[in-house]
Ligand binder design. Structure first.
Ligand code: IFM
Length: 473
């Protein structure tokens, strides 16, 4: 890694994130309707241990305590999502006042702690009532989502300045509509998968336009796709070119692509290689569809956890390079590849010419309170330090990175994995709902307070910046 001194702009957004179904619980409270995840969790074998989000972190009732924790860590911003079925329990009709009011109180509690709200509209919990009408396969989903986006925006945009439409369309299309391991648990044909994805991209664009009108003041709108990052195995220009090419190619089953989703949203057309790759499975594109997808955005959110090394083959073509034996892995068995937080934002900003925000990054770990009640998670500290140093290199080289949101604030419901994977800066004892700040939360607080300077502290969890420790190798 190139030696550099970590440096982030003074207005860099240091945050942490979560999503509604993963933390809220209270699935019947105040008129909320069922979501696809409530229904999916009741399927035998769908979720590890038969676990569900029925109680999760009980954040719905404990949001004040959780906002106080955000204040203790010194977060500048908190990314959360709205549960669509709290606002439209039956999918359409009149918005549910009590649901809107919960998010209004949550936003006020955040602001009282000096934490800016960053709101995601769709983090996978579609109302089951809409799924019963075909979900994203129904072209009406564009209007359903637009109405929902407008309702939430007109209610909260006086206090919420940053908005994201969709979280990781690649994942909910792939796991929810192709392999069936996430809600709504469908195993559709490729043609149907691409139709569902086409509608979500139209819904995104239509919603952005409606939100700008409903907000009644300028707001920042982006989205949060998952970033496939192929990074060069060495920095030889041929390897860099190969990594860039494969990062932006459509060449693998499973929707693990940036361009199939982002080219329509930013450029207004599907990528040529994707059209060739999917061939006859590409849905009929009606007049006006592509134009609908691409209203201007203010930032490009990137969820990045891991990347894959690539080198240039004999004719310059990208070749995957296997990770070495004994590669560091997280508890989820995801490779630890800090390089992706340099190359991912750099490649994306170059291609799409938008400021980038890392809207998710973090790791699951095997954390538990020790006999003194402390939760020591040195792996998470080391992981985050390495990734943030890589990100700071991008910043130092002029890549327009505006912020970083650690995933996640609290341990939570990790979808089909239930409560097995702990991603939080804060440990949650699900039996008692006791929150304990992990060592990483204290460490991250220091990173935030020093504007990133403490990333070069020598010791795990160190609280002072050694004067001579300013160069990182
Ligand atoms: O927990 C998820 C989140 O909901 C979406 N992005 C990846 C995280 C870790 O798997």
């Amino acid at each position: 890694m190139t030696s550099h001194i970590p440096s982030f702009p003074a207005d860099f957004v240091w945050g942490a994130g979560s999503s509604s179904y993963q933390i809220e619980g209270a699935v019947d409270a105040d008129g909320r309707g069922p979501s696809v995840w409530d229904v999916f969790c009741t399927r035998p074998g769908a979720v590890v241990g038969g676990e569900t989000g029925v109680h999760a972190c009980d954040h719905y009732h404990r949001y004040q305590e959780d906002c106080a924790i955000m204040g203790r860590i010194g977060l500048k911003a908190y990314r959360f999502s709205v549960a669509w079925p709290r606002i439209f329990p039956d999918g359409t009709g009149t918005p549910n006042w009590a649901g809107l009011d919960f998010y209004s109180r949550l936003v006020d509690a955040m602001l009282a702690q000096g934490v800016q709200p960053w709101l995601t509209l769709f983090h996978w919990d579609m109302p089951q009532a809409l799924q019963n009408r075909g979900g994203w396969l129904n072209r009406d989903s564009v209007q359903w989502f637009t109405d929902y986006a407008a309702a939430v925006t007109s209610h909260l945009a006086d206090r919420v300045g940053h908005w994201m439409t969709l979280n990781e369309p690649q994942i909910y299309i792939n796991l929810g509509h192709a392999t069936g391991v996430h809600a709504p648990g469908l195993k559709l044909s490729m043609r149907e998968q691409l139709l569902a994805s086409h509608h979500t991209l139209m819904a995104h664009g239509s919603a952005v336009r409606a939100m700008r009108t409903a907000a009644k003041r300028p707001v920042q709108i982006g989205w949060a796709p998952v970033g496939r990052v192929d990074y060069p195995v060495t920095e030889h220009p041929d390897n860099v070119a190969a990594a860039r090419r494969s990062t932006f190619s459509v060449d693998k089953p499973g929707h693990w692509t940036n361009t199939w989703f982002a080219d329509p949203v930013i450029f207004g057309h599907y990528p040529e290689d994707g059209l060739a790759y999917y061939g006859a499975a590409v849905p009929r594109i009606r007049s006006g569809d592509m134009e609908m997808m691409c209203p201007p955005l203010d930032f490009y959110g990137l969820n990045i956890y891991s990347g894959a090394p690539v080198r240039a083959g004999p004719t310059g073509q990208p070749e995957a390079v296997p990770h070495p034996p004994g590669m560091p892995l997280t508890a989820f068995r995801w490779p630890v590849t800090p390089e992706c937080l340099y190359w991912g934002p750099k490649f994306i900003a170059e291609r799409y010419k938008l400021p980038v925000v890392v809207t998710e990054n973090g790791m699951s770990n095997l954390d538990w309170p020790d006999v003194h009640g402390h939760v020591n998670d040195p792996q998470r500290i080391d992981f985050t330090r390495r990734y943030l140093l890589a990100l700071s290199r991008a910043v130092a080289e002029g890549v327009p990175v505006q912020g970083y949101f650690h995933w996640s604030l609290l341990d939570n419901f990790e979808w089909a994995e239930g409560y097995k994977e702990r991603f939080g800066l804060v440990h949650v004892d699900y039996a008692t709902q006791k929150r304990t700040l992990k060592a990483s939360a204290h460490w991250y607080a220091r990173v935030i307070a020093t504007g990133g300077a403490s990333l070069v502290d020598g010791a795990v969890g160190a609280t002072t910046v050694p004067k001579d420790a300013v160069v990182v190798n």
